[in-house]
Write a protein that binds this ligand. Sequence first.
Ligand SMILES: CC(C)(COP(=O)(O)OP(=O)(O)OC[C@H]1O[C@@H](n2cnc3c(N)ncnc32)[C@H](O)[C@@H]1OP(=O)(O)O)[C@@H](O)C(=O)NCCC(=O)NCCS
Length: 187
Amino acid sequence: MSVEEPRWFHRWEGELTPLDHLRIAELLSAAFVSTSHQFRDARSWAGARPELRLVACAGDTVVAHAAVLRRFVRVGRADQLVGELGLVAVHPDAQGNGLGAQLLARVEERLRDLGVPFGLLNTDQRTAAFYARSGWCALTGVASRWADVDYPWQNADLRDPLLVLPVAAPLTRWPGGGVVDRNGGVL
Ligand SMILES: CC(C)(COP(=O)(O)OP(=O)(O)OC[C@H]1O[C@@H](n2cnc3c(N)ncnc32)[C@H](O)[C@@H]1OP(=O)(O)O)[C@@H](O)C(=O)NCCC(=O)NCCS
């Protein structure tokens, strides 16, 4: 797939058309093979509904996508505003060419525009290095908890990295606490 100069744009959730959802869902089901059933019927999200999408298109095909949701999470006794990141994907035919890194640079720019102190993201060991290259920092020994449709309380495995991106605040301002509680669905 030739993606030398994809067209980048962002859209608020309320601006997406049914065709936008279909094209994003096609990318997500191609990129997340083991959970592709979540993106059937043009459903372009898996858990919590995003508020903002960052998209790169080559022709009519969505080749890269990330979603953002601003929210407060509970960390110990503190309420912390974050821009949660999720549904990060590059089309399998276009991976390994720097699109993912470009996507994360645009995510950071957008989080800065939104004025959030931190980005927040759950990932797995295999993919954490990809985010670390773009400045995302692992919170060691911190678990996260969210509401799940099938399991009312889902605890992330402590071995799965919870990553924070310092945006408008330094990492030293992240509140102490062993659990980050979303009190809602994960993005
Ligand atoms: C993860 C993903 C978005 C990376 O996109 P990409 O376009 O292939 O990434 P890039 O080519 O921009 O790679 C940027 C850097 O991260 C590294 N990298 C890419 N994927 C990686 C991975 N899965 N694990 C570790 N490092 C990775 C690259 O080697 C590169 O490093 P370099 O700058 O030193 O060369 C893409 O592989 C993908 O969509 N995977 C399936 C869906 C997924 O797992 N999403 C993340 C969910 S949390």
